[in-house]
Design a protein around this ligand. Sequence first.
Ligand code: HEC
Length: 199
Amino acid sequence: MRLLLAVLCVGILALPVYAGEIEDNVAKLKLSKEELLKLGEAIYNVDEANTCFKCHGKGGHGGDQAGAADLRHPRTWRVYQAMGGDAAFTANKEKFLQDLEVALHYLIRHGATTWNLRFEKANKDIKYDWSKVSIPDKADKYNNMMKGLTSEPMKKPVKELIQEKMKLTASQAQDLAAVADFEYVKTFDDGSDKGGVFK
Ligand code: HEC
């Protein structure tokens, strides 16, 4: 009986903290932080029209897409404000950052059009209060120009650098690209009063 209890306890403790489907799929690949960052750097910096790099710019700012978020300043992002901003972040950093990642991995993986249609319905426990968002245009949803990995020129590097090289399915490769890309984006946080979320 004691042994059974011990086994049960270890089993429960070993269960991963619930994240989302994309996070679970990537966790199974057991890549190190360094490997993720390297992949993310390669995916982000693809220098063609309509890529993360072109829209958001080198290091996350100064890109050529009007209204593209400044990736050095996570406190200005819609996700940060809609999820309750500084008050919610300070109250429970771990939970806040976990929810933020689930929302943004999905946004990067599927783009704004699909996010707007599906994300909130499918993730009722992650609350977006759009009235708290200070960016005035289309404040109740994401701007469809945030295409993430669904933009055509992003597809080739995801296929060649991740899917084929690492022998993954197309879907696994996109999950991994989204998570790796966001790990790299987090390094742009400049620690200013508009940043300091990931650093
Ligand atoms: C065609 C241009 C375009 C591409 C390509 C693009 N983005 Fe964006 N991105 C935007 C725009 C515009 C916004 C602002 C969306 C809004 O305010 O609703 C944005 C917002 C974001 C945000 C902030 C989300 C928030 O909650 O405010 C992040 C993070 C982001 N993009 C990361 C990326 C990454 C990583 C890639 C590459 C896979 C990428 N973007 C590709 C245009 C683009």
